[in-house]
Ligand binder design. Structure first.
Ligand code: GDP
Length: 301
């Protein structure tokens, strides 16, 4: 239900345009497909993905002998669902059964990284886990305080040093604290300045190395946080981070704030990294596991 609600803007714009399309073009012809292509591209589905989708739709429509525009809707839904299909269970977080799970959050400033860490801490706490936060963004003014505000809100401790200190040292402290306090989950914030990409990527690598040295097999997840409202910018951020570090999953924030929720399809299809969670609002309960079927049904059902 929450998922459906969060997709309201996308659904209204997408479905509205689809309805107009079916009204204006009774027949499934070349013009129909051109119009459909435009609708999908304007929803940020991504040009490559759209081209592929349209080709498949044309083939299938021919094979199944679909000629009337209103008959093609189920086929479109089916094809969109196929685009989101990935390996079984790929959208699930890799949480350790025993011992500490370390999750590293990466992403550009402003995408909603701090908020997402707060929401995730809340989610794990509700599951009865012992959670700690690591204030690894020592660069951006106010980043540590902002994480502390979330820590207080969801009643979780934040391990920090002063602004400007070495993020790898903060991470070392946080790992020791997590071990000595028997924490289940350590959620690590990182810097998101992109003014000096090379520098930032080196910093992330160093942070990762410290984590792996202290806890073999960790970090168990490297989650890239992307802002759904930024469209193609989000795609290029994913490429930048993806080249520099092993991203194991994507969290797409602010899906509630965009009519262009098609970005989910572009990310899944063109980057081949699973979307694991979506942000559907600013509150602590507004983080949802991403379930592909729910997404497609949330759009059309
Ligand atoms: P950071 O710089 O990446 O840490 O970004 P913040 O966590 O400070 O978030 C930036 C802004 O986006 C804040 O005003 C958040 O409340 C807002 N925000 C984060 N996630 C979501 C979301 O899923 N939906 C909406 N509508 N706003 C969000």
């Amino acid at each position: 239900e929450k998922f459906r609600e969060g997709l309201t803007k996308t659904r209204d714009s997408f479905v509205g345009k689809m309805n107009d399309l079916v009204k204006n073009y009774r027949k499934v012809d070349e013009e129909f497909f051109e119009e459909l292509e435009e609708i999908l591209i304007s929803a940020d589905v991504g040009v490559h993905t759209v081209m592929e989708l349209i080709d498949e739709l044309k083939d299938e429509a021919r094979t199944r002998n679909i000629r009337e525009a209103h008959d093609i809707q189920p086929l479109i839904t089916e094809k969109l669902a196929e685009l989101l299909e990935g390996a079984e269970g790929e959208t699930k977080l890799k949480v350790q059964e025993d011992g500490l799970t370390v999750i590293l959050f990466v992403g550009v400033n402003g995408v909603g990284k701090t908020t997402t860490i707060g929401k995730m801490a809340h989610k794990f706490k509700q599951e009865g886990k012992k959670v700690l936060l690591a204030a690894g963004d020592t660069f951006r003014a106010g980043a540590i305080e902002q994480l502390e505000v979330w820590g207080q809100r969801v009643d979780v401790d934040v391990i920090k040093q002063q602004a400007g200190s070495d993020p790898a040292a903060v991470m070392f402290d946080a790992l020791q604290a997590a071990k000595s306090r028997n924490a289940d989950i350590l959620l690590c914030d990182t810097a998101g300045r992109l003014q000096n990409k090379v520098n930032l990527m080196k910093e992330l690598e160093k942070v990762k190395r410290v984590i792996t040295r202290e806890i073999p097999g960790a970090p168990h997840e490297v989650l890239l946080v992307l802002d759904a409202t930024t469209g193609q910018n989000a795609m290029s951020q994913a490429k930048t981070f993806g080249q520099a570090t092993d991203v194991s999953g994507i969290i797409l924030t602010k899906l509630d704030g965009t009519a262009k929720g098609g970005i989910v399809l572009a990310i899944r299809h063109e980057l081949d990294i699973p979307v694991k969670f979506v942000g559907l609002g600013e509150g602590m309960d507004d983080l949802q596991e991403f379930v592909p079927e729910q997404y497609v049904h949330g759009l059309f059902a």
